[in-house]
Ligand binder design. Structure first.
Ligand SMILES: Cc1ncc(COP(=O)(O)O)c(C=O)c1O
Length: 466
């Protein structure tokens, strides 16, 4: 470790929490009295709070710090760029912007070739939707229920997750439609793979037909659908969807904001299915969180169209030199350190450890994912798959560690020094540590997780007997 983390006096910490409460707009779902860590230092797979407490980070901050924290190569590249050219108007070219666009064309699949840069995942998705609508001359876009694509309006509308769209006063775009995700563990069509002939994919075809031929611009999804439950579609699913999109003349947009950049054991998750989308979006791992950056890349036929017509879309910080320099250094690091292969190898190791926990702990219903993009579905009863989060909780109870086992579990893990992702509504635990994590660090995290699971089972009298 380079330097000891800065520890603040308790009085100052109390004042900071009071100021945070007074001046910052609150959490997604309010939890009175809950104190998120005040992060003072990050390094590798760890971070420290203002009391000097260390946390092992199994979620890479917000699923984005793929190369780990405090990477000197990226920090030095940023310093160099800051000295050389901190900013230029997006209407000019800069060396890092041109170089990064060229690099993306090289490392992305198929004929994806021209990029528009933004600042975040949601901007990348807004850009993708606009590109699809302008290119096709159609407004409708189809996505999955329960997916998340960002918090701005088009992203919320296509996202389909009730957690951010079920507010009657929000302007949700009605021309964005939804279908169920290919969630085999709880098939929405009550079928069982492989005997189902992919009813879920057929339902996309049906929906496109019902919406009206030539009225749908695009179908949009993550290759592995995180919010819907780290859902890994069967191997035939994306090739079938690609065929449907081609036959129906609908564009395929992959949101690889979370799955992109080595996370799943391939540079891009769509490579697991050998399917190339027409548009792909990136953020998070593209700079590994060091500086905000989003990117939307399109294929050749779309690029030719926009070369001729232009694209009426712009951000002041599009292609920011610092962000592009950070992305170039981050991408170099993926290749230098073989992080694609490492994610696959460490992902297998983490999966194996989780399967061991599943053998011992009855609340572990399903484990799924690819590389270091892993979800664990906890259940009250493994045979019946009864959900671990009781259905009848009020919104306040859903946020309470005394009532909701998922909240209790994630609070307990944090108390024990492990940051994990836990969805308070669905019973999914997300595990996406930095790709540089070692086997020893995985063991350290799994030990804490199993202890916390045992305590949670005791408190809530789980797993339920039939
Ligand atoms: C799949 C996916 N798309 C888009 C976004 C939005 O990215 P951002 O928070 O950078 O806007 C996220 C954020 O978690 C995401 O997971």
């Amino acid at each position: 470790m380079s330097e000891s983390p800065r520890v603040l006096p308790e009085e100052k910490i109390k004042r900071l929490y009071a100021d945070a409460k007074a001046y910052l707009i609150g959490r997604w779902e309010p939890r009175p009295g809950y104190e998120a860590p005040i992060v003072m230092k990050t390094e590798g797979v760890y971070f420290w709070d203002a009391r000097g407490k260390r946390y092992l980070d199994f979620i890479s901050q917000l699923y984005n710090v793929h190369i780990g924290m405090g990477n000197r190569k990226v920090i030095e590249a940023l310093k160099r760029q800051l000295d050389e050219l901190p900013y230029a108007s997006p209407s000019y070219f800069t060396l890092p912007k041109i170089e990064l666009a060229k690099r993306l064309a090289k490392i992305t699949p198929g004929d994806l070739c021209k990029t528009f840069f933004g600042n975040s995942g949601t901007e990348a998705n807004e850009t993708a939707i606009k590109l699809a609508q302008l290119y096709t001359g159609r407004r409708k876009v189809i996505g999955f229920w329960d997916a998340y694509h960002g918090s701005t309006y088009a992203s919320v509308s296509i996202g389909g997750s009730s957690r951010n769209r079920n507010y009657p006063s929000l302007s949700i775009f009605e021309e964005f439609k939804h279908i169920p995700a290919p969630y085999c563990y709880r098939c929405p069509f009550g079928k069982e793979y492989p005997g189902c002939d992919l009813t879920c994919a057929q339902f996309l075809e049906y929906t496109i037909e019902k919406e009206g031929e030539k009225s749908v611009a695009a179908f949009m999804s993550e290759p592995i659908i995180s919010w819907a439950g780290q859902v890994v579609p069967p191997k035939e699913f994306w090739p079938r969807v690609r065929r449907i999109c081609d036959e129906k003349d609908v564009l395929l947009i992959f949101d690889e904001v979370m799955t992109g950049f080595a996370r799943t054991g391939k540079m891009f998750a769509c490579e697991h299915w050998n399917v190339v989308p027409d548009i792909e979006t990136y953020a998070k791992g593209i700079t590994s969180g060091y500086v905000p950056l989003g990117a939307t890349i399109i294929n050749k036929k779309m690029a030719d169209y926009f070369d001729e017509k232009g694209f009426p879309h712009s951000y002041t910080y599009s292609g920011h030199p610092l962000a592009c320099a950070a992305a170039l250094a981050t991408i170099d690091y993926y290749f230098e350190e073989n992080l694609v292969e490492r994610a696959a190898e460490m992902g297998d190791y983490l999966m194996e450890g989780l399967r061991g926990i599943q053998d011992r702990q009855g609340v572990v219903g399903d484990i799924r994912g690819k590389g270091l993009f892993i979800g664990v579905e906890l259940v009250a009863n493994r045979e019946t798959k009864e959900r671990i989060v009781p259905k009848d909780l009020t919104p306040e109870e859903r946020r309470s560690p005394e009532k909701n086992p998922m909240v209790y579990l994630s609070d307990l893990c944090k108390e024990k020094g492990l940051a994990i992702g836990s969805s308070p509504g669905t019973g999914i635990l997300r595990m996406m540590p930095p790709l540089i994590i070692t086997k020893e660090q995985i063991d350290e995290g799994l030990k804490i997780l199993e202890e916390a699971l045992e305590e949670m089972e005791k408190k809530f009298d789980l797993p339920k007997k039939r």
